[in-house]
Design a protein around this ligand. Structure first.
Ligand code: SAM
Length: 163
């Protein structure tokens, strides 16, 4: 598989997983957490697919075009191991969906970060709430895996539900 193929597969996995979450969570109230703004691709898809939900975006350094930049109320700027921990008190049992596409080019560091963040998911997510993650290491205590949508190739997105 070429790098182009992998990139297309990853973007499709994100798109179809987010859309599957929207259908599954239609009657589940809660905030949406976007972990990692990047160029704002998935943030823009989330706000399109979930127009009536509060979306909070966690990012250490914003570098997006203005039209894909979250508002000041939506953005939680800083090192995510600190900002997500701080968010736990305010958003306990309040989050319907966490979309975690966080990290950089260092795969080992990304795995460590995914594990570190996953400790907060059981407190943040409502029962039945979803995690869509870019790393398998994001699995958290009290979760069950969700079958991938048909359009999603294995190993590009990892889906879990808080039981
Ligand atoms: C792959 S990009 C996200 C791409 C985004 N989902 C999109 O569709 O455009 C990962 C993002 O995680 C952010 N990031 C990486 N490590 C971080 C950390 N420790 N704290 C906060 N943000 C971090 C990077 O700055 C980067 O913007």
């Amino acid at each position: 598989m070429s790098r182009l193929d992998r990139t297309i597969a990853r973007l499709q996995a994100q798109k179809y997983s987010i859309e599957a979450a929207a259908a599954a969570l239609e009657k589940t109230p809660g905030v949406i957490f976007e972990l990692g703004l990047g160029s704002g691709r998935t943030f823009d898809h989330l706000r399109t697919i979930f127009p009536d939900r509060q979306i909070l975006v966690f990012e250490q350094a914003v570098d997006t075009a203005p039209s894909y930049t979250p508002t000041a109320e939506q953005l939680i700027l800083g090192e995510i191991t600190t900002t997500l921990q701080q968010a736990v008190e305010q958003y306990t049992d309040s989050v319907a969906l966490i979309h975690a596409d966080i990290g950089g080019p260092d795969h080992l560091a990304n795995a460590q970060l995914a594990r570190a963040l996953s400790q907060h998911y059981p407190r943040l997510l409502v029962h039945g709430g979803w995690l869509i993650a870019n790393r398998a290491e994001a699995v958290f205590a009290g979760s069950s895996p969700i079958t991938l949508p048909n359009e999603v190739a294995a190993d590009h997105c990892y889906l879990f539900r808080r039981t």
